[in-house]
Design a protein around this ligand. Structure first.
Ligand SMILES: C[S@@+](CC[C@H](N)C(=O)[O-])C[C@H]1O[C@@H](n2cnc3c(N)ncnc32)[C@H](O)[C@@H]1O
Ligand SMILES: Nc1nc2[nH]cc(C(=O)O)c2c(=O)[nH]1
Ligand code: SF4
Ligand SMILES: [Mg+2]
Length: 258
């Protein structure tokens, strides 16, 4: 069922909290991205986002948010049904627009799961998060009229205004074990990445090592990655940052539930 458009705003939380979370999908796979790539994990994907990256590979959580409201108990039951998994990845959409994500993370933590959150880093919440996998959005993600997958650039200004919130980002880096995972389209992204990393280092008490900074090639299909991964790998070597593959795309292309 379509998720009401008000899930896009964090202010809708109070009303929605009783109903649980808008869930787009729950599936079991290998973590495909970042320092835990290859680890068997259950993915819980919430619907609704406060940004609109033109390249978003989860279109039905952002541009066309779709899902069903589910209470935390029913989500936990499905997570537990994947008995082999010790790791849970909470993703979206933007999972931190939802207050109820905190309750889900608390319950997962109580049951002994390792929790990763995939977030764009614009909203801080206090929750038991074992790895904050933060993917701050660069200027190259902005949905200009030429790149808008849906309209004619109606989201350009709002996306541009909201894509970086240095207070939320630095609070998260100080609170949790963190990886900063940048989607790279080409080498023109690198000056913005180095500048942002410098600003995070200035704003936080935490040491952000170069290998906590990950470059991930843009592409939601193998064919698209064929056009980006070599250049991004070279850039990681040149700048001393870590390269992360998109292992799930290499293995399963853009198949649903992977
Ligand atoms: C769909 S997002 C959901 C979590 C959160 N909204 C975020 O952007 O971090 C999950 C991850 O996929 C990445 N991603 C989305 N579309 C992509 C694409 N076309 N190529 C590479 N990575 C992409 C995001 O940057 C993020 O790291
Ligand atoms: N296998 C797999 N690994 C992932 N890591 C982060 C994902 C996400 O969409 O947040 C993702 C995903 O969609 N699939
Ligand atoms: S922030 Fe994440 S979910 Fe939202 S549009 Fe960008 S990639 Fe998609
Ligand atoms: Mg994904």
């Amino acid at each position: 069922m379509p998720v009401a458009s008000d899930v896009e705003e964090p202010t809708a939380d109070a009303d929605a909290a009783d109903e649980g979370l808008p869930i787009n999908e729950v599936f079991y796979s290998l973590q495909g991205e970042g320092t835990l790539a290859g680890v068997p994990s259950v993915f819980v994907r919430t619907s609704g986002c406060n940004l609109r990256c033109w390249f978003c590979d989860s279109y039905h959580t952002s541009w066309e948010p779709t899902g069903a409201w589910r209470d935390v108990d029913s989500i936990l039951e499905e997570v537990r049904s994947h008995e082999q998994a010790n790791h849970v990845v909470l993703t979206g959409g933007e999972p931190l627009i939802h207050e109820e994500s905190v309750e889900l993370l608390e319950r997962l933590d109580e049951e002994g799961y390792h929790t990763t959150i995939e977030t764009n880093g614009t909203i801080y919440r206090d929750a038991p998060i074992d790895l904050a996998s933060i993917s701050p959005k660069l200027a190259s993600s902005t949905p200009t009229p030429e790149r808008d997958p849906k309209g004619e650039g109606e989201w350009e200004e709002k996306h541009e205004q909201n894509r970086i919130d240095m207070d939320a980002l630095s609070q998260m880096v100080d609170a949790y074990e963190t990886q900063l995972k940048f989607v790279v389209t080409d080498e023109s992204d690198l000056p913005e990445i180095t500048d942002l990393v410098d600003r995070v280092r200035e704003a936080t008490a935490t040491t952000v090592a170069d290998d906590d900074v990950l470059l991930m090639p843009e592409g939601m299909t193998r064919e698209q990655l064929d056009g980006t991964r070599s250049e991004v790998a070279e850039l990681a070597m040149e700048y001393g940052y870590r390269y992360t593959p998109r292992l799930h795309v290499d293995l399963w292309n853009d198949a649903p539930g992977t």
